[in-house]
Write a protein that binds this ligand. Structure first.
Ligand code: KIV
Ligand code: ZN
Length: 567
């Protein structure tokens, strides 16, 4: 690498800028260029049928302006346009747009392709930057200006030949952001003057960042300069068309909207030449997350990913804003804890909400509600070695109804961390459940309980305990049968005594809790028992049964079995 090969690109001196003090308050006019710029950039461009399907999808999302191609450049593009028009596939509130260079025969073919459509935007472009003028075309400024005016005149005269179509004209000084601002302004003013000689209503001046060469603030200065100085500004739509060479196409588009632009051309997921075009999904969802209606509907983001990937052959990155597979997922323990608290708080607040006055979305680490794009809360919290014990507990609770008591949560957390560390991968909810089951639930080895009954004695003397329980149990240990007996205030205490004296094992119960795993009279109960052993080690066992008494006995036996194996 040798950075001396490069130099800072010239910037515009524009101290009168006002964009830096503004905020966005409404959505721009959107124009999808997926079927032109996006399609042009694909290794395998879309087939006619794929383009028709994609067009249909763009309409469903809510685009009212769609650039459908470059009909003079290829037969598929020409046929696509003819199919849309002749089969009546363009809804009355949608305007198609076509691109053409400033060349007579190509403009003629473009208008022929549009024959019969109710309305269309004809998009004319020529490159205006010094690099293009000097290196690519060997044209002076005057010749470049002349070419733009020539093209604009042709648009006006061809439009007259198709009086049943309502045409709007768009002009792009290609490489606008690398063009001297005064020259770009002069060209655009002359093109506007030419367009205005025709009878056409709308004029769009599109200011492309064909190659992104500056920080977004410089692009915004250039756009504000144009907005402030172009003649007849009130009758012109100023449009943006960003590319992502520096990775800031979305930021540049947003700042250029602050600078006064009215319209945005871009693509879904930022497909397009090289690093792609500005990503309309991100720009629209950024507006949405600020409480602005984007007028585009991404409530089924997975459908957008599916169509996009199928027809472009490109994947959507798992960390792509708003859409990626991992963007509503937290692996870090502290993030998970915060999200869990946020969800609990929101659940409380939403009980009182009404639709006109929804509870504001205020969630740690999640800028939007995943439900808004058709995702759900299930995968928000995922478990790997970076996650805290709360993550596994959250999954057991939400997926299996198992509400771990805090001390068991910490105990199990260590098992989870060890497992995902050795596996060097994330643990699925099934794996988490299986680990829990394997380590705690209904352990029947080495000691198996084959039969038991209890006898209660109710005491009536005021000084004695109300009731004492005695149990008689048959157990099998390593194939050998034994009868054990013990007594205590209750069943669990009686079992403890019987087992502890049979095994000569000292322990006391330091945790006992129980809850139902599901609702209804067939519900299973789960019991958690913690044993504090002589050496201060704590062991947990869990029992699951439709019978609450059995669930307690199974929990105790699980804990004892785990202790026996440990000793
Ligand atoms: O990026 C660009 O400059 C273009 C123009 C043709 C508008 O795609
Ligand atoms: Zn482009």
């Amino acid at each position: 690498m040798n950075h001396k090969k490069y130099q800072a690109k010239p910037i515009i001196e524009f101290p009168e800028r006002t964009w830096a003090n503004k905020t966005l308050t409404k959505a721009p006019i959107w124009c999808s260029v997926d079927l032109r710029d996006g399609n042009q950039s694909l290794q395998t461009p879309m087939t006619l049928q794929q383009k028709l399907d994609f067009f249909d999808f763009l309409v469903k999302i809510g685009f009212k302006q769609i650039e459908v191609g470059f009909p003079s450049a290829s037969q598929t593009e020409f046929e696509f346009l003819r199919t849309l028009i002749t089969k009546g596939l363009i809804p009355s509130d949608v305007t198609i747009q076509v691109l053409t260079p400033a060349r007579d025969e190509l403009i003629q073919k473009t208008f022929a392709a549009l024959d019969g459509t109710k309305q269309a935007i004809v998009h004319l472009y020529n490159a205006t930057s010094p690099l293009h003028r000097n290196v690519v075309f060997q044209k002076s400024q005057a010749e470049t200006l002349e070419l733009a005016i020539f093209g604009a005149n042709l648009l006006c005269s061809f439009a007259e030949k198709y009086p049943t179509t309502n045409f709007a004209f768009e002009y792009s000084p290609e490489c606008f952001s690398q063009t001297e601002p005064e020259f770009a302004l002069a060209v655009c003013n002359e093109v506007v003057k030419t367009f205005q000689k025709g009878k056409n209503s709308e004029i769009i001046i599109n200011l492309p960042i064909t190659v992104e060469t500056h920080t977004p603030n410089v692009h915004a200065d250039m756009v504000e300069f144009m907005c402030k100085n172009i003649h007849n500004r009130e009758n012109i739509t100023i449009s943006l068309h960003g590319h992502n060479d520096r990775g800031t196409a979305v930021a540049a588009t947003e700042l250029c909207l602050l600078a006064g632009a009215d319209r945005v051309e871009g693509t879904l997921f930022g497909n397009g030449e090289r690093t792609g075009n500005a990503d309309i999904i991100t720009i629209a969802m950024n507006l949405y997350s600020q409480g602005i209606n984007p007028n585009l509907n991404f409530s089924d983001i997975d459908a957008a990913i599916e169509i996009y990937s199928k027809y472009t052959g490109l994947p959507v990155h798992p960390r792509h804003p708003y859409a990626g597979d991992l963007v509503y997922t937290a692996f870090s323990g502290s993030h998970q804890d915060a999200i869990r608290k946020g969800i609990t708080k929101r659940t409380e607040l939403t009980k009182q909400q009404n639709n006109d006055n929804p509870v504001l979305w205020e969630m740690p680490y999640l800028p939007i509600d995943p439900l808004d794009v058709g995702r759900n809360y299930d995968p928000i919290i995922r478990v790997n070695s970076q996650s805290g014990s709360a993550a596994a507990a959250y999954i057991l609770e939400t997926a299996y109804g198992i509400i771990l008591p805090k001390p068991l949560q910490r105990h199990f957390g260590k098992i989870i961390t060890q497992k995902s560390d050795t596996a060097k991968s994330e643990l699925s909810s099934t794996e988490i459940y299986e680990l829990f089951e394997e380590n705690y639930i209904n352990k029947v080895s080495p000691i198996e309980l084959t039969a038991w009954h209890e006898q209660r004695t109710y005491n009536i003397t005021p000084t004695s305990k109300d009731v004492t329980t005695q149990i008689f149990a048959e157990i099998k240990q390593n194939g050998e049968k034994a009868s054990i007996t013990g007594n205590g205030d209750g069943l669990v205490a009686a079992f403890c005594q019987a087992i502890s004296s049979h095994l000569q094992l000292q322990f006391e119960i330091n945790h006992y809790s129980q809850h139902a795993l599901e609702l209804g009279n067939q519900a299973r109960a789960i019991t958690y028992i913690g044993l504090l052993l002589n050496d201060k080690k704590v062991i947990f066992g869990t029992g699951v049964s439709r019978n609450i008494v059995n669930s307690s006995v199974k929990a105790l036996l699980s804990a004892v079995n785990i202790a026996v194996l440990l000793i």
